[in-house]
Design a protein around this ligand. Structure first.
Ligand code: SAM
Length: 276
């Protein structure tokens, strides 16, 4: 019988296919060590002796699929990751949006929210903007395919690297928008109440349908091949308002794909046909 510590080439190929089927993520055989490391504790928890047994469980038992998705997704994120984006949002996007949409509520979608650092970064900038524009309102939808990571985002409690860097980069925000919880920080309810959370696979249409002024689709396209990148962008397109903006990660480019988005400035796109 195959031992838990060894992943045979045939099982690896089948696991990679299963990852693609459930998440769209394209893995290569080079990810075998990563898959072993992530799945092994689950094999132990289920008293399974081989990866093939685990593969059979995922295929046979739908209730195991969410655990599988939690294990195979990569959820790295940070507060205010890629400062250029946040400068754009604070200095360009928000003032311009407010001039054109006075009195409306800004709708934002953090579409691969992971543990929530991105969406709370947005919320903090919106709260700051509100100080100078008291009638400004905003709402954030946070989605991810991993239910477990979304629970962490909902809890809004942060420690380790996330917090160390935030304390250095934005000490005033730490003081203003978090309460201390041991060595960790908890996001204040005032920010949380602007956010709703939902599980969503980006390969599918967003349900219920909704339109946003800003869509953050950052550092998730890198996990897909060109076909699935195209699908994700196509599925997100109806969710972007006619003069909204799509924000990608710094190592993501969509110029070689045939899409309905137009490049504005690095990482920032608007929908084709927009009347800017
Ligand atoms: C690296 S994190 C990006 C977090 C954040 N957007 C950022 O840029 O810091 C990628 C996230 O994409 C999610 N993800 C992967 N495949 C997905 C899919 N098909 N649909 C929705 N989310 C997905 C993962 O669960 C993970 O939390």
């Amino acid at each position: 019988m195959e031992q838990a510590a060894t992943l045979s080439p045939a099982t690896l190929t089948a696991l990679i296919a299963l990852v693609r089927k459930h998440t769209g993520i394209a893995m290569t055989e080079r990810k075998s060590i990563l898959l072993e490391r992530r799945l092994q504790p689950r094999l132990r928890a289920l008293s399974l002796h081989s990866y093939q047994d685990y593969l059979d469980v995922v295929e046979r038992d739908g209730s195991e699929v969410p655990h599988f998705i939690d294990l195979v997704t990569t959820n790295d994120t940070l507060f205010f990751r890629t400062p250029q984006v946040w400068n754009y949002v604070a200095q360009q996007f928000l003032p311009q949006w407010w001039r054109q949409h006075h009195g409306q509520c800004l709708q934002i979608w953090s579409a691969a929210a992971a543990s929530g650092e991105e969406l709370y970064s947005i919320a903090m900038l919106c709260e700051q903007f509100q100080l100078g524009h008291p009638s400004f309102r905003y709402q954030i939808l946070a989605t991810d395919i991993s239910g477990q990571i979304l629970e962490q985002a909902r809890a809004g409690v942060y420690g380790g690297r996330s917090v160390e860097r935030l304390r250095v980069s934005h000490p005033a925000f730490v003081k203003k928008y978090f309460s201390a919880e041991g060595d960790s920080l908890r996001v204040l309810d005032a920010l949380k109440k602007q956010v709703s959370f939902a599980s969503h696979n980006l390969l599918l249409p967003l349900r219920p349908a909704q339109q946003f002024d800003l869509i953050f689709l950052r550092n998730v396209l890198i996990y897909f091949d060109a076909e699935h990148q195209h699908t994700v962008l196509h599925q997100a397109r109806p969710s972007l308002k006619p003069n909204g903006r799509l924000i990608l990660g710094e190592s993501e480019t969509i110029s070689r794909l045939d899409t309905d988005y137009v490049f504005e400035t690095p990482m920032i796109y608007y929908p084709s046909g927009a009347m800017l």
